[in-house]
Design a protein around this ligand. Sequence first.
Ligand SMILES: *Cc1c(COP(=O)(O)O)cnc(C)c1O
Length: 225
Amino acid sequence: MIRENLQNIYKELPPDVKLVAVSKFHPVEAMLEAVDAGQLRFGENRPQEFQKKVLSFREQHPEVAGRLEWHFIGHLQTNKLKMVLPYADLVQSIDSLHLLQAVDAWGKTAQKTVNVLLELHIGAEQTKQGFVEEEALEILFNASKYRNIRFRGLMGMASHTDNEDDIRADFARISAFFGYCRDLFPELDSFSELSIGMSDDWRLALDYGATMVRIGTAIFGPREY
Ligand SMILES: *Cc1c(COP(=O)(O)O)cnc(C)c1O
């Protein structure tokens, strides 16, 4: 099933759009099936599970571990940085100034540059994490202050709704803002990723310039919480 699901998605996905397979709540065995089908980029949203899976691949599947790309996509508390930052190729979910500063400080100590996306609050839900546009702009104006951060782009989650117009409006807004930032900050030459689209709305996200889609359920099936 996992193989077929991936193949069906790749049939429709433009070749320049990256697929992040969101494996949260699914076991390493399911991830191995995806690896067998050629999928090497994975996303996780809980620090402990993220670290456990990374280490499990390193210890038990060293032949594939070196080829994997790990994205962290969940809320990250500053007391959990050590579980995530040593292993993450991209942290998609920088959602507060406090977190950004802590990640930068970690990078300074570890002598590493951390690749990040700024998470924008675009959906209707009040509970959603993320910056409003003004806050993101303020950070990008001061990008050079964060010496151990590489700003790679934006991430967003559309409103959780069946109303396609509402979802399109969310994507249109983040897409326009992404274009605005790219024009305003040409010196940020790695600021090139727009991570929008999940299982139910990734096809719509393609219409708005997604460079990365994050798909879980449509690959691995429903999650058991
Ligand atoms: C869980 C999750 C996804 C994937 O959701 P699906 O609907 O299962 O595709 C994508 N992005 C984030 C931030 C998530 O937490």
